[in-house]
Ligand binder design. Structure first.
Ligand SMILES: [Zn+2]
Length: 475
């Protein structure tokens, strides 16, 4: 693995892997072409050359290229007879906005508090028949509307909408992009992760916000990133500092941070020297942690390497093989629990959860729930009305499990002292090979951060360094 990495001035060790998903210069810029075929081997013999851009999201082409920002913002109001809408032409594209959507989106000081940025009007208070009395487009692309709201409400209200706002509201993809919710995923197996694995030096991660963005962006795309050269003197506290660069720590009954060491009569399989199968943590919580951090403080044992696999890719394999089985993964509720040592946590959820708000015919996977060691007995009526669904789900998880357990899916490495892994706990399953406890010490220190804090950091840093939604590459 080390031989394919290279050093850059900022201490970032990687192959320039993201290059291959950038569009190549071509006469037809509306077609997005990976610069070389990626052999995903997703379904052997069926799809030998498969890329998430080409096959997972077929509508991508329809929306590309994204409308580019012109020097002059061309906006004009189109007079129509539809009383509920304001229709505008945005650089050649006609968009009809519902009157109430626009009235509700007014950002004037009476509608949104300039200091707190909180709304001062309630959507439910807007008159159902609200319509413009007057509407015009200014030369800079601003839309001005004087509202005819009717008696009793703010009858003379004037709203203005910037060109950028109207443009980002023109279709669902742009609305999602404007909130950084149209994030690219690269589904990986062992081979792809060995090429694309990202190592960042602890010091640059801690000091450079640009490098922090590189880390959270990689986490957004792949769900896995590694830090190295975590210094000796601060070792025992460093995982906390690493996590807090991204967001507040999510404290659980395991504590603010926790130690993975083998102990006698362990209450969790993690604290034994046994092989620990691929799983996600804390699925018995209503809101399981989004990011997990594991810092290796000591690792002198024989064995005990760490394993990671992309559960999204495994589920996508099932999806490409059989839609009904994939649907079973999305529908059938699985119960997880932790009932031990004075705690009783309990929660049911389907194996796969898709993105809900999407313009894609085949929605992306939002997150997954895979944790066989923490499953409770199935709670639905398996001996009655739910038996068929149960059997269908069993078939589906057998396929999913086979794909996750496939050695070709798994990225395995032995974490060395001073290295730290960060991964998306709702996407990447993790596990550990068994080790010989007599052969030395093994000590990892871990902590969690919520997915909300991670996405907040991703959005704010992307806005700051990548120039917001006009940068096609940032997501
Ligand atoms: Zn207003």
């Amino acid at each position: 693995m080390k031989s394919i990495l290279r050093q850059s001035p900022l201490g970032l060790l990687r192959r320039p892997a993201c290059q291959k998903l950038r569009p190549t210069a071509s006469a037809d810029s509306s077609v997005w072409r990976p610069s070389r075929d990626i052999q995903y081997n997703l379904v052997r013999g069926v799809a030998s050359s498969w890329s998430p851009r080409q096959q997972e999201y077929p509508e991508e082409k329809r929306w590309a290229p994204l409308p580019t920002r012109k020097a002059i913002n061309r906006l004009s109001v189109i007079q129509t007879t539809a009383p509920r809408y304001v229709t505008v032409d945005i650089e050649g594209e006609q968009v009809a906005f519902d009157n109430i959507f626009l009235r509700d989106a007014c950002r004037c000081h009476m509608c949104v508090d300039p200091s707190t940025q909180q709304k001062l009007i309630q959507t439910s208070d807007i008159n159902y028949d609200t319509k413009p009395k007057f509407q015009t487009a200014l030369p800079d692309g601003t839309l001005v509307i004087k509202w005819d709201i009717g008696p009793g409400v703010d009858g003379q209200h004037i709203s203005t909408y910037s060109f950028d706002f109207l443009r980002t509201q023109a279709n669902l993809r742009w609305r999602l992009r404007s909130n950084f919710n149209d994030r690219r995923q690269v589904l990986w197996d062992k081979r792809l992760m060995e090429q694309d694995v990202l190592w960042i030096d602890y010091q640059t991660y801690m000091e450079s916000d640009e490098m922090l963005l590189e880390a959270v962006r990689h986490l957004s795309i792949y769900g896995l990133v590694f830090l190295r050269k975590v210094p000796e003197n601060s070792r025992q506290n460093s995982v906390e500092g690493i996590a807090k660069r991204i967001g507040n720590i999510k404290e659980t009954f395991y504590g603010r941070t926790w130690d993975v060491k083998n102990v006698k009569d362990a209450k969790n399989i993690a604290y034994t020297p046994l092989n620990l199968g691929l799983h996600m943590d804390l699925l018995y919580f209503e809101s399981p942690p989004g990011l997990q951090f594991l810092h290796c403080i000591r690792n002198t044992v024989t064995g005990g390497s760490s394993i990671f696999a992309d559960a999204f890719r495994a589920a996508q394999t099932v999806r490409m093989t059989s839609e009904p089985l994939f649907k079973a993964l999305c529908d059938f509720p699985v119960t997880f629990h932790y009932k031990n040592d004075g705690h009783h946590y309990h929660y049911s959820r389907p194996t796969v959860v898709l993105e809900k708000n999407t313009y894609l015919r085949q929605p992306r996977i939002d997150h997954m729930n895979w944790s066989p060691p923490f499953q409770a007995p199935i709670e639905v009526d398996t001996n009655g009305k739910d038996n068929r669904a149960f059997r269908s789900w069993l078939h589906a998880i057998r396929n999913l499990g086979t794909s996750i357990e496939d050695p070709e899916s798994q990225f395995e490495l032995k974490l060395n002292e001073g290295e730290c892994v960060i991964f998306n706990n709702r996407r990447v399953v993790h596990g550990r090979r068994e080790f010989d406890p007599e052969s030395g010490d093994r000590w990892l220190k871990g902590t969690y951060v919520d997915v909300d804090a991670f996405l907040s950091k991703f959005r704010t840093l992307s806005e700051r360094f990548k120039g917001g939604v006009d940068n096609q590459d940032y997501l």
